[in-house]
Design a protein around this ligand. Structure first.
Ligand code: ADP
Length: 189
C-alpha cells in the first residue's frame, strides 16, 4: 500500500513516519532527507534546492518530481511506499498521481497530522536544525498554509484524506496512526 503523510513543520511527521514505515514494512521516502542528501553531496539539484530551503521556501516542483521519479526507479515492487513531506503543492500531488499510475502503485490513504499552530512554533524553536531560525520557521508555516492546504482539499475530494490528532506522546499519536492505517488496509483487503 502507498501512504502519503502530511503534517506541518514541527508536527512530529518524521518520527511518526519512521514508526509507520516499520509497522508497514514500507520504504520511507522523506523528501526533506532526499533534498538534504543532495545538498550534502553538492549535486546540481542540491545547489538549486538549497537556495529555497535555507529561506524556508519550497524547492521547485520540477526538481522534486524528477528526484521522485529517479528514486522510484531504484525501488523494487515488493514493498509499499510511505511519502513523508511530499506532495506539498497541488502540482506535486498531480505529478505523484501520474508517477504512481506509471508504476501501478495505487495510493491507499493520505494521513494528515493535526497540531495547533502555537505548539508547532514552540517545538520548532527548540529543535535547532539549520532551517529552524525564527523567521524561517514563520515562512515554513506560512508556506504550509498557502501551498499545502490545497493539497489536503485535493485528497479530501478524492476521499483519501484521514485526519489524525497529533497532540500527545509519540506512542499515543502512533496508536492513532496505526489504527487508521490498519483499518484502511483491512478495507483494501
Ligand atoms: P519540515 O516538515 O519540518 O519542514 P522537511 O524535512 O520535510 O521538514 O522539509 C524541510 C525543507 O525541505 C522544507 O522547508 C522545503 O524547503 C524542503 N522540502 C521538503 N519537501 C519538499 C517538497 N515536497 N517540495 C519542495 N520542497 C520540499
Amino acid at each position: 500500500m502507498q501512504v502519503v503523510f502530511i503534517g506541518p513543520p514541527g508536527s512530529g511527521k518524521g518520527t511518526q513516519c519512521q514508526l509507520l514505515s516499520k509497522h508497514l514494512d514500507a520504504v520511507h521516502m522523506s523528501m526533506g532527507d532526499l533534498l538534504r542528501e543532495e545538498i550534502a553531496a553538492g549535486s546540481d539539484a542540491g545547489v538549486q534546492a538549497e537556495r529555497f530551503m535555507s529561506q524556508g521556501k519550497l524547492a521547485p516542483d520540477d526538481l522534486v518530481l524528477s528526484m521522485l521519479r529517479e528514486h522510484l526507479e531504484q525501488i523494487g515492487q515488493e514493498k509499499g511506499l510511505l511519502f513523508d513531506g511530499f506532495p506539498r503543492t497541488v502540482a506535486q500531488a498531480e505529478g505523484l498521481e501520474k508517477v504512481l499510475r506509471d508504476h501501478s502503485r495505487p495510493l491507499g490513504v493520505v494521513l494528515q497530522l493535526v497540531v495547533p499552530e502555537q505548539m508547532l512554533v514552540d517545538r520548532l524553536s527548540t529543535r535547532g536544525r539549520a532551517d529552524d531560525e525564527k523567521d524561517t520557521v514563520k515562512t515554513r508555516l506560512g508556506v504550509f498554509s498557502n501551498q499545502t492546504f490545497p493539497v489536503l482539499d485535493y485528497y479530501r475530494d478524492r476521499d483519501l484524506l484521514r485526519e489524525i490528532d497529533g497532540v500527545g506522546s509519540e506512542q499515543e499519536v502512533f496508536g492513532r496512526v496505526r489504527a487508521c492505517v490498519d483499518a484502511c488496509q483491512q478495507k483494501a483487503g
